[in-house]
Design a protein around this ligand. Structure first.
Ligand code: NAD
Ligand code: UGA
Length: 364
C-alpha cells in the first residue's frame, strides 16, 4: 500500500514507519523533524517531507489523493503544553487535523486518526455526587470505547482543551461517517512507553511526559518530582505491543476496523506514578547506576508548581481492550518491569554514548 503518515517523525510515528517499511509498504512521511527516523531516511520505499502542516497552501490535497491510506499522528501530545499553549493545542489538534480528515473525505481515502485515552477524562468515582461503594474497584476506571461517559473538568482547568479538541475531532469523523459514508478508524492510546519517547527533560526546551522526567532525574542525580503526591494511576503499554495492534488496524481484515474506535493499552500494567518512580529508581540502582552520580530522592511538588495554573489530572484510566482482542486477535505481551528495563537501557546507552561515558561493568 501507499501510506501517507503524518507525524511519522514522532515517538509512535517513528516505530510505526519502521514497521510499515518492514511489511513492504511505501511510506510518505510528513513531519517537522526527522531525527527519530534518521536511520531509515535512505530506505528506498520511504519519502520524507519536512513540512509544517499549518502552512497555508501546501500540497496536502495532492498527497492525500495519491495515497491508499492516511495515518494522522500529528498533535501537541504533552500535558505541559495543554497548560502553556492551550490555543495552539486546539489549533493543531483540531483545526489542522480536521483539514487532513476533510481531504480524506473529499478524495475518499481511508483515515486512521490518533486520538487519546484522555477523551475519557476523570473517573465517575471522583465526582462530588458519586455514591460508589468501593471507589477503588477497577470497574469505575475501566473505559469502554462505545459505552463510557466522557467526564471533563471545568473550563478554568484548561488542561482539558487537549481532550476536548481530540473528542470534537472524533465526533466530526463520526458525523462524516454517518452523512458521507467516510471510512475512518480512531485509535485511543493508553500511555505508550518505549525507546525514542520524547527527550530528556533538562536537555531540550519543552515539557516531556513523565518517563522522560524520571529518566532525566536518574541520569543526572536530580530529584524525582511527584506531582500532587503521585497517587494518580496509569496503565503503561510497550511500544512494540502498541505497533502490533496499530498494524492490525492498518491491515483491517475484512474491513472490521471501519468506523470503529479502538482502545490500545495494557490493562494489567497499572501503576501509580509513585510506584512508577520507585520501580524506575530500583531498576536504575541495580542495572545502570553511575558511580559518580548520586541516586536521586523522590520528592513531592504541587501541580501548580510543576505545570502552572490550569492543570488538573486524570486520576485513573484502565483500557477495556475487548474490541481489539475480538476483532483483531490482539493481546499485549509486555509487562511493566521488562518494558521499563528495555526503555531505560535505550536511554542510558544513548545518553552515555553522547557523553562518551564508560558504563559500569558487573565487577564495578
Ligand atoms: P510525538 O509528539 O512524539 O509525535 C507527534 C509528531 O507530530 C512529532 O514528530 C511532531 O514533530 C509532529 N508535529 C507536531 N506539529 C507538527 C506540525 N505543525 N507539522 C508537522 N508535524 C508536526 O507524540 P506521540 O507520542 O508519537 O503521539 C502521536 C499521536 O498519538 C498524537 O496524536 C497523540 O496525541 C496520540 N497519543 C499518544 C499517546 C502516547 O502514549 N504516546 C497517548 C495518547 C495519544
Ligand atoms: C499523557 C498525555 O496527555 C498524552 O500524551 C496522552 O494522551 C496520554 O498521556 C497517554 O500517553 O496516554 P499523562 O499520562 O497525564 O497524559 O502524561 P504524563 O506527562 O506522562 O504524566 C503522567 C502522570 O505523571 C501525571 O499524573 C503527572 O502529573 C505526573 N508527573 C509528570 C509527575 O508526577 N512527575 C513528573 O515529573 C511528570
Amino acid at each position: 500500500m501507499k501510506i501517507l503518515n503524518f507525524g511519522a517523525g514522532g515517538f509512535i510515528g517513528s516505530h510505526l514507519t519502521q514497521r510499515l517499511l518492514k511489511e513492504g509498504h511505501q511510506v510518505t512521511a510528513v513531519d517537522l523533524h526527522a531525527d527519530k527516523i534518521d536511520g531509515i531516511l535512505q530506505h528506498p520505499s520511504l519519502i520524507f517531507i519536512q513540512q509544517d502542516i499549518r502552512d497555508a497552501g501546501w500540497h496536502l490535497d495532492r498527497l492525500v489523493k495519491d495515497a491508499d491510506l492516511v495515518i494522522d499522528l500529528v498533535a501537541h501530545a504533552n500535558p505541559g503544553l495543554y497548560v502553556r499553549i492551550p490555543l495552539e493545542v486546539f489549533r493543531l489538534n483540531f483545526t489542522e487535523n480536521l483539514k487532513i480528515a476533510e481531504a480524506c473525505v473529499q478524495h475518499n481515502r481511508r483515515l486512521i486518526q490518533f486520538s487519546t485515552c484522555e477523551v475519557y477524562g476523570r473517573t465517575a468515582a471522583t465526582l462530588k455526587q458519586a455514591k460508589v461503594i468501593d471507589p477503588d474497584d477497577p470497574i469505575h476506571a475501566t473505559f469502554i470505547e462505545d459505552e463510557s461517559e466522557l467526564i471533563l473538568g471545568p473550563i478554568s482547568k484548561h488542561r482539558w482543551i487537549y481532550s476536548c479538541a481530540k473528542q470534537l475531532l472524533e465526533r466530526v469523523l463520526h458525523a462524516y461517517g454517518l452523512e458521507k459514508g467516510f471510512d475512518y478508524t480512531i485509535i485511543r492510546p493508553f500511555n505508550f512507553i518505549g525507546p525514542k519517547i520524547d527527550f530528556l527533560a533538562s536537555e531540550q526546551k519543552g515539557i516531556p511526559r513523565v518517563f522522560s522526567f524520571f529518566m532525566d532525574a536518574l541520569l543526572k542525580g536530580m530529584p524525582i518530582k511527584l506531582v500532587d503526591g503521585g497517587a494518580q494511576r496509569r496503565c503503561y503499554t510497550y511500544i512494540d505491543d502498541a505497533v502490533d495492534c496499530i498494524y492490525r488496524i492498518v491491515v483491517n481484515p475484512n474491513g472490521v476496523c471501519q468506523r470503529q474506535i479502538f482502545n490500545i493499552g495494557s490493562p494489567r500494567n497499572e501503576v501509580s506514578i509513585r510506584q512508577l518512580a520507585e520501580i524506575m529508581k530500583e531498576i536504575y540502582a541495580v542495572q545502570f547506576r553511575a558511580p559518580d552520580v548520586p541516586l536521586p530522592e523522590i520528592v513531592d511538588v504541587s501541580a501548580v508548581e510543576f505545570y502552572g495554573e490550569g492543570y488538573e489530572d486524570s486520576d485513573r484510566r484502565i483500557p477495556d481492550i475487548t474490541k481489539a482482542q475480538t476483532l483483531l486477535q490482539w493481546q499485549p505481551k509486555w509487562g511493566m518491569r521488562e518494558m521499563l528495563e528495555t526503555t531505560m537501557s535505550y536511554f542510558v546507552k544513548e545518553y552515555r554514548s553522547r557523553r562518551r561515558y564508560t558504563p559500569m561493568t558487573a565487577e564495578d
